[in-house]
Design a protein around this ligand. Structure first.
Ligand code: ATR
Length: 276
């Protein structure tokens, strides 16, 4: 049986084993998928041990995505753009590093939520690893504009400059105050504010009619960002549970060549989350 794993620290609450088990059952793929807790200074050793035991691939989560990037012998374009790797595929001596987080986000928005990004004005909040991973997939979806806004403005300006394009509108970067008076069709929270039970401190009236507010985080109820977005008039709200399931599906596709149906798995995860 082919073996896969998710590796991180902490890892006990990872939903990836349940998601991949559901994908395997649904597609009839014969595989095992487990969670591995790596010591903070023992990521590479754990990966080497799993490979030596015949492991075929891994998902990588906090705090090892940069180490996974460094460990890869080949990287996909989206992993290079993200500067981080959340999916490893082992093939002989080769370690392929991919990043499926941004693709999972865009697929959740466009496919599951049926909200096309093309020709829309998109605001991405945050300039850390989560935001960086989303930029290339968002630009590939051909928005009318992509604005990256961050609490520390210089980081957003720098990130936008790193993704400047010649063939289509380049992203722009700014601080939160500079958003005053502007309106967006899609606002994505990629800040870590929700971890501290906070919402980013944004100007009001950011949402155009019919706009979507999307939080990469998820929880039992609405996140602080989504609560603030509702109060500010966002027409549609979504949390990051769909992104979680979609990034897993992208990894599964890379490893197995089969795209699983995500809707039943997402519905199951949502029901589990609601029941605590
Ligand atoms: P991640 O990998 O999850 O993106 P990170 O690289 O540490 O984590 O980045 C955290 C992001 O969340 C940063 O953009 C940070 O803003 P700063 O660059 O100004 O630090 C943002 N962030 C964290 N807490 C925030 C808060 N309470 N309000 C707004 N932004 C916040």
């Amino acid at each position: 049986m082919d073996r896969y794993a998710v590796i991180g620290n902490p890892i006990a609450h990872s939903k990836s084993p349940a998601i991949h088990a559901a994908f395997a059952a649904q597609t009839g793929q014969c595989l095992r998928y487990k969670a591995i807790l790596a010591p903070l200074d023992g990521f590479a050793a754990c990966v080497a041990e799993f490979r030596a035991a015949g492991g075929r691939g891994m998902n990588v989560t906090v705090p090892f995505k940069l180490e996974a990037y460094a460990l890869s012998t080949r990287r996909t374009a989206r992993a290079q753009a993200a500067g981080a790797v959340n999916t490893l595929a082992f093939d002989g001596a080769e370690v392929l590093g991919d990043n499926t987080d941004g693709a999972g986000l865009v697929r959740d928005i466009q496919h599951n939520l049926a909200f096309p990004i093309a020709a829309r004005h998109v605001l991405l909040l945050g300039a850390g690893g989560a935001a960086r991973g989303a930029i290339l997939p968002l630009l590939d979806a051909a928005p009318a504009s992509l604005c990256i806004a961050n609490r520390t403005p210089a980081k957003a300006v720098e990130l936008a400059a790193a993704f400047a394009r010649e063939d289509s509108p380049s992203p722009t970067g700014c601080g939160f105050d500079a958003l005053a008076g502007r309106r967006f069709d899609v606002v994505i929270n990629a800040t870590a504010a929700s971890l501290a039970d906070q919402a980013p401190d944004l100007p009001h009236a950011l949402y155009a009619p019919g706009a979507l507010a999307y939080d990469m985080m998820y929880g039992r109820g609405d996140t602080p960002f989504l609560c603030a977005a509702r109060a500010d008039g966002a027409a549609h709200l979504a949390d990051g549970l769909g992104m979680l399931v979609e990034q897993a599906a992208e990894s599964f596709l890379l490893w197995r060549g089969v795209r699983p149906l995500t809707r039943p798995v997402l519905e199951h995860m949502r029901a589990q989350l609601a029941s605590g």
